[in-house]
Design a protein around this ligand. Structure first.
Ligand code: GLN
Length: 280
């Protein structure tokens, strides 16, 4: 674990960790239940995305609800607001415990910020993080809400595992970027930051503060053991490959631990409506 910014070495080898990737083996199982933290943000969209691949998603707002799920998704939204709500409901200790159990946890956008060990660009006073993912994220790296964008991002490892095109249509909504990763973190996707881009101002400022050599790309998807992080919003697109990839992480864990995490059928809630999804 990095304890200080300057102790991270972010060299080009950081970005070649792609080659260390171990393919996931199994196919999704319909019995499993995945929790989605439901204080704020796109939790309904994640539950709908899971349903599209035949997996039950349930809303999580209380510590005891974590006991009945095989894995957890922390959605995108607004991380400061989400952190305040999580704190109010005493969810930080059980969320940290959940991460430690080794069950898969996926943070998207604000959820990625939650999972990071370190966040840069937080509001004054900072915000509590769940942590576990050995990386430093930059909040709002790509600018304000109106600078939100979509990009076709190469995802070689996802395509190897899930098939389909070699790129993924990524929706970045006031998105964070991952600027440093620890040695155990696999990089699954990255995007270039052109020198004439407004984003480069953020990168240059961070490089200077963290005393790092300049780079011209940032990481937007990572995996570290049971943790998955994406800076964009896969739940808003029709391409289910990230959800399917996450479900396979759960299957692999069950296969290796020999235990099937049973769904609590009483806890299941069918979302009332089919939510619209973005079609490019
Ligand atoms: N920038 C937001 C935050 O800091 C995250 C945006 C998102 O989740 N779409 O919380």
């Amino acid at each position: 674990m990095a304890s200080h910014l300057t102790q991270h070495t972010r060299t080009t080898t950081t970005f070649t960790t792609i080659s260390k990737h171990k393919p996931l083996s199994t196919t999704p199982k319909s019995h499993m239940t995945i929790g989605v933290l439901a204080f704020q943000g796109s939790f309904n969209e994640h539950i709908a995305a899971l349903r599209r691949i035949g997996v039950k998603g349930v809303e999580i707002r209380k510590p005891e609800q974590l006991e009945n799920v095989a894995a957890l998704i922390i959605p995108g939204g607004e991380s400061t607001t989400m952190a305040k709500l999580a704190e109010f409901h005493n969810m930080f200790p059980p969320l940290r415990e959940f991460v430690k159990t080794g069950k898969p946890v996926w943070g998207t956008c604000a959820g990625l910020i939650f999972l990071a060990n370190k966040a840069f660009g937080q509001k004054a006073g900072g915000q509590e993080l769940v942590g576990g993912l050995d990386c430093t994220v930059h909040r709002n790296f790509f600018g304000s809400q109106i600078q939100s964008f979509e990009a076709e991002v190469p995802v070689p490892l996802l395509a190897d595992q899930e098939g389909g095109p070699g790129s993924f249509r990524c929706v970045f909504i006031r998105a964070p970027a991952i600027l440093e990763v620890g040695p155990e973190v696999e990089v699954l996707a990255e995007v270039p930051v052109p020198s004439n881009s407004v984003f480069n101002t953020n990168l240059a400022a961070y490089n200077q503060e963290a005393n790092l050599a300049p780079i011209d790309k940032v990481v937007v998807a990572v995996k570290q053991g049971n943790l998955l992080g994406t800076a964009f919003h896969p739940e808003l697109t029709a391409d289910s490959r990230w959800h399917s990839y996450f479900v396979k992480m759960v299957n692999d864990l069950e296969a290796t631990s020999g235990s099937i995490v049973k769904a609590d059928m009483n806890a299941l809630q069918e979302p009332k409506i089919e939510l619209p999804i973005y079609l490019p």
